[in-house]
Design a protein around this ligand. Structure first.
Ligand SMILES: NC(=O)c1ccc[n+]([C@@H]2O[C@H](COP(=O)([O-])OP(=O)(O)OC[C@H]3O[C@@H](n4cnc5c(N)ncnc54)[C@H](OP(=O)(O)O)[C@@H]3O)[C@@H](O)[C@H]2O)c1
Length: 312
């Protein structure tokens, strides 16, 4: 099958088209014929080699961990899906990712495509949507009336996190660049902060939850926005536990472990139009398409997500 792989770490030019063997499936896996995948920052972080100690894979590595497509084959123990089903998934993090025509995925990570969703839309949700859900729902236990600050509200995770927080009845403030103010407000944010010109730390206080997508100074300053008993959950770097204890703040940090039941929760919101992904850019499934997509993602060049259309 055709895949776009890297044979060494480096720039976007390392993304090359290569014929690789069709994945073999285990008894608990389905073989998905991919119609779309999407770009996440972890893709280019891995490409650069920043994750080589945490994920020491052998080359060639197929990047990409979002999948939407059609079930082609099922393993002997698979009961929930059959060939022909339209599905989406965040496959396990492994070196045989989704910049490929086919991917093998464990049945319990797969979810049926909502009827009102295209493959492009579905491919843009699994990694970012599940990340936002884990942070807000599973770690911070968001509830009606909570005041929630979401950093990077124009990004892949952030624009879905705003919608999830609004679904739970929270009051939402979000940071992003000034040029993305209208977009962030259209996602449902009650308050917008231009991180390039305004200091969120002096504008906000007594928040219940901060979702930190940035780490560094943004995370540091986020402590003072929270009330005692509030939660600082980061997907960028582990928060300072000592400082958190001093301020009576709960913390969370994780690297997403995907889960099909969680994806089902997101599918329900998609069905009700409560969760709509914004696709800022689509690229074809070619070397040049993927290289361009990586460059744009590294520069935060679009709002929402970048989708790779496969087999079009
Ligand atoms: N731990 C995990 O499991 C996990 C999962 C998913 C993502 N992540 C990480 O989370 C980060 C965000 O992911 P993503 O998919 O949302 O990336 P993305 O789509 O590239 O979005 C990045 C966002 O960051 C915003 N931003 C940049 N500098 C900022 C600042 N100083 N303050 C506030 N916002 C700022 C950008 O806003 P403007 O474009 O408006 O400037 C943009 O909205 C990445 O580092 C990614 O690797 C971790």
């Amino acid at each position: 099958m055709k895949a776009i792989v890297i044979n060494q770490y480096g720039s976007a030019d390392e993304l090359v088209e290569q014929e690789v063997p069709l994945p073999e499936i285990n008894d608990d896996q389905v073989l998905m014929e991919l119609k779309a995948t999407s770009i996440n920052p972890v893709d280019w972080k891995m490409r650069e080699g920043y994750l080589k100690e945490m994920l020491p894979y052998k080359f060639p590595i197929i990047l990409g961990w979002d999948a939407a497509g059609i079930v082609k084959k099922v393993g002997n123990q698979v009961t929930a899906f059959q060939p022909g089903d339209k599905v989406f998934a965040r496959p396990k993090t492994n070196p045989t990712g989704t910049y490929a025509e086919y991917v093998a995925v464990e049945e319990d990570l797969v979810c049926s495509l909502p009827e009102n969703s295209s493959f492009d839309e579905a491919a843009a949700i699994p990694l970012t949507g599940q990340t936002a859900w884990v942070a807000l729902v599973e770690i911070a236990h968001i509830k009606k009336g909570d005041r929630v600050l979401i950093h990077g509200g124009s990004g892949g995770v952030g624009h879905l996190a705003i919608q999830i927080a609004k679904h739970f009845g929270a009051y939402v403030a979000a940071t992003a660049s000034g040029k993305n103010e209208a977009f962030v407000q259209s996602m449902g944010a009650d308050e917008f902060i231009n991180y390039k010109e305004q200091d969120f730390e002096t504008l906000l206080s007594d928040y219940d939850i901060v979702l930190d997508t940035q780490g560094g100074e943004t995370q540091e300053k986020s402590f003072s926005v929270l009330k005692r008993g509030g939660t600082l959950v980061s997907i960028a770097a582990p928060p300072d536990e000592e400082k958190a204890a001093e301020k009576g703040i709960k913390t969370g940090y994780f690297f997403l472990e995907p889960d099909g039941e969680r994806l089902q929760e997101l599918a329900e919101l998609m069905k009700n139009d409560e969760l709509k992904v914004t696709i800022g850019k689509t690229v074809p499934f070619t070397e040049e398409g993927l290289r361009e997509a990586h460059r744009v993602s590294e520069e935060h060049g679009v709002v929402g997500k970048i989708v790779v259309q496969i087999g079009k």
